[in-house]
Write a protein that binds this ligand. Structure first.
Ligand code: SME
Length: 173
């Protein structure tokens, strides 16, 4: 059993503990789905005021829903569409205080008011994006962005097998 309790009010410290927990959950595990599933659960349990936390994977140049916690969500997002698509197209994180003010925002869950999306890049290629949604406007700040970037740096090399690789196998079958 894993029992990570991240209950500090210090945001930098909370993110440090989240990254450390993600490290121990994914270290030595080559299966991308398992790693994304555990990290989505960790984020959803550890961060306050979230209604969705999870991954969209780069599957042949399109974002496809990956492991997440929250309500059932849009399955495919083209690069350039919505907040996730903007992060995928630019490889730049997107910190959106008010999703209603973001042109083309995709409302998977109408409760979402703010969003943080961070691309996971490995070997110059987009592997996936981490998507965090909150029902509170302005929920995410520079501290969340810094923490999530650190998490992305850790995870990007650990999401190889089982992501595009399993899609390749399906395509060939
Ligand atoms: N709101 C996102 C879509 C994904 S859901 O929030 C889970 C977007 O605009 O890209």
């Amino acid at each position: 059993m894993y029992d990570f309790k991240i209950d500090t009010a210090d945001k930098a410290e909370a993110w440090r503990q989240i990254v450390a927990a993600a490290d121990s959950l994914t270290q030595g595990e080559p299966d991308a789905v398992a790693n994304m599933a555990n990290v989505a659960a960790l984020l959803f349990e550890s961060l306050a005021e979230l209604n969705w936390a999870g991954f969209y994977r780069n599957v042949y140049g399109e974002l496809v829903l990956g492991p997440f916690q929250g309500r059932a969500a849009c399955i495919r997002i083209p690069f350039g569409k919505g907040v996730c698509g903007a992060a995928a197209a630019t490889l730049e994180p997107q910190l959106v205080d008010d999703v209603d003010a973001f042109p083309g925002h995709i409302a998977c869950d109408s409760a979402s008011r703010s969003e943080l999306v961070v691309p996971l890049v490995h070997g110059g290629e987009l592997v996936a994006v981490i998507d965090l949604d909150s029902p509170r406007k302005g929920r995410f700040d520079a501290g969340d962005l810094a923490g999530c970037l650190e998490l992305a740096r850790l995870l990007a090399p650990r999401l190889g097998a089982g992501s595009n690789a399993s899609s390749e196998a399906l395509k060939m079958s």
